[in-house]
Design a protein around this ligand. Sequence first.
Ligand code: EPZ
Length: 433
Amino acid sequence: MRDIRIVGGRPLHGSISIQGSKNAALPMMAASLLHRGVSVLKGCPRIADVFCMEEILRELGAVTWWEDHDLYMDCTLADKTEISGIYTGKMRSSVILLGAMLGRSRKGRLGYPGGCVIGERPIDLHLYALRQLGADIEEGPFLISASCDRLTGGEISFAKCSVGATEQGILAAVLARGDTCLKNCAREPEIQWLCRYLRTMGACIEGEGSDCIRITGVEGLEHGEMEVPPDRIVAGTYICAAAATRGTIIIENPPVDELDAFLEVYRKMGGQYKLKSGKLIADSSGIGYPLSFLETEVYPGFPTDLQSPVMAVLTTISGESYIREQIFEDRYKAAVELNRMGADITVEGRDARIIGGSSLRGCTVTAQELRGGAALVLAALAAEGVTRVQGYQYIRRGYEHICEDLNTLGGMLEKDTGIRLYESIQLPKKLIN
Ligand code: EPZ
């Protein structure tokens, strides 16, 4: 298990550029399967989940390569239709490839998706969407198999908002015969970027960003090429790092149109921000106000992915704060570890009460999932002394350079591979003295 060693207690200051968005890149990669040729995603984050999706595309027969942060995917021969559980078990978004395989090859089989352990994470809405378009689906004990003659457009009316299921429906509908109407869709920016990307490939889509998306199926899609947008969750995470240490940072390429709900919360905690020449300046010197009630919601509400990072900030603010996690039923795993650092967090079901203000102390803590792991890093930056965050493998799924980025801002973080020559190898006594 790789760790991150963090020396806390230093306010962050400086400028940082934000990596490409994980949650935008992954569906855009799946969409690239729908073109029998080369597509490219520029500014793609080099993170574990993207590499996993790349391996999946290769398993299907694609040829992929990188030129710096530009990911090329040649799907000319990507006609295989089975994805092994090795990859699907690692990542939630593998499941949306089912819709893409059905659209391209009219059949597909894959293992059930894995991903962050933040709740049960069923896929009933995904399978509902595909069945609405005419897919025959068999849910085996380990594999899901789907097939169709050719998907036929229809109405998909989601019982609840789901980002992944909306993406699933879109990927299946763009090559279906006829018109598809998706109702009660997710409105997240990542859905909007997927639709924009598909439109550059020749898809006929309108309504993204609203709760109703209309698609007219086409016979085939062309070359895709797009710049992956900056990651709104990484941007929010770094602003939280500044807030936890009362520093001031400048974000060079902020996805500012996608951060409204978060920035409103940042301001309620006492943060001040302004835009200047396209850069976002976040001044956290005034951070110090607890949140009487914060509730996570579907977009454009406050994003669930920033709930844990904000919780870490709230542990540094005197007074009582309350959070309600409305999207995932088990997304407070970081609370136990934060309490080991001296925080005072009480969790009851979907509610968490944070009594902040007692100083955090460095110790060894363990990340169990991506955003909770990032929250531990933020708390470590604010803590006195040294913190060892175990479970870096979760954090690297979504953050390309979290250590280097936060060090650029004045933090003191180092990845510890855990290999210590003087500990693991019995050196002759004379070499040690
Ligand atoms: C996407 O997950 C993101 N992942 C998540 O980010 C994000 O937290 C989530 O959307 C919400 O914004 C990617 O884009 C790869 P959902 P997804 O389907 O699609 C329930 C991160 O940290 N549901 O919108 O899996 C589900 O259980 C990750 O980057 C069903 O009931 O989320 C949840 O309660 C974590 N049936 C709610 O809907 C289904 O078939 C929202 O989930 C599907 C979902």
